[in-house]
Design a protein around this ligand. Sequence first.
Ligand SMILES: Cc1cc2nc3c(=O)[nH]c(=O)nc-3n(C[C@H](O)[C@H](O)[C@H](O)COP(=O)(O)OP(=O)(O)OC[C@H]3O[C@@H](n4cnc5c(N)ncnc54)[C@H](O)[C@@H]3O)c2cc1C
Length: 266
Amino acid sequence: MYAFEYQRAGSVAEAASLLAKNPEAKLLAGGQTFIPTLKARLAQPSHVVDIGRLKELAGIEVKGNVVSIGAMTRHAEVAASADVKKAIPALADLAIEIGDQQVRNRGTLGGSVANNDPAADYPSAVLALGATIVTNQREIASGDFFQGMFSTALQDGEIIVRIVFPMPKRAAYSKFHHPASGYAMAGVFVADTANGVRVAVTGAGSSGVFLWKAAEAALTKTFAAASLDGIAVDEGECIADLHAGADYRAHLVGVMAKRAIKKITG
Ligand SMILES: Cc1cc2nc3c(=O)[nH]c(=O)nc-3n(C[C@H](O)[C@H](O)[C@H](O)COP(=O)(O)OP(=O)(O)OC[C@H]3O[C@@H](n4cnc5c(N)ncnc54)[C@H](O)[C@@H]3O)c2cc1C
């Protein structure tokens, strides 16, 4: 780890000001991605700004037909939340599938979405549900937020404050875990929303999370697993690495999508 100055922010405004003053500063949330990155000397921030204790970033609130979740909300809190289980059970189901108990106790919604790892789980829910990412500067629609592997619409110094999820009519997530890391080899979030059926895929796409349009069209006609027979994601756009080839991942996406649909239809 390279040396850096540690600063604990007392408010979002203070965190933003620290980032503005120090262009090489980085935010620390749950540290589940950032600390290993520092330990491996893959990042050399001048300052580390800890937002872990900010009450402004905490909490889960259900109002009308939306669920608003603070950026610092830990995966374990989402998984255990009675409000989330009632409003969007698929989101709680997704959170319980992240990593292991230690990771879920520390890792946060905001950190996961800001990091936009191509195998992370939350981006699929954010995209499928058409959530809004609320930062200290603006509101960003999920469709504009994810911009490729580890890349998002966040500007330097911009802080995710909360994410607002519209409640779907019905939704489910299905994931094939990497046996060692727990990350998604392929994860599919299927949501029947007020704006139509949406199918978001994580873990498989070489450009990160994406909407599987052909599946959405097929499910719009008939919402049943069999509607995906004969449809496949383009393996040319899937990740190929030492864990699995692109053809295997493309196949997994279809299997996970059908499992998610069957969770909904029974
Ligand atoms: C062993 C292991 C297994 C894991 N398995 C999974 C898995 O199965 N599925 C999965 O999805 N994830 C998995 N993760 C990742 C985990 O979910 C992390 O919590 C997540 O990637 C980052 O969240 P964090 O709160 O730890 O953020 P940090 O590591 O603190 O930060 C990550 C990045 O986001 C930035 N950031 C953090 N918060 C904000 C914010 N509010 N606004 C703007 N930028 C911000 C930081 O500056 C940093 O660049 C795993 C991690 C580990 C170590």
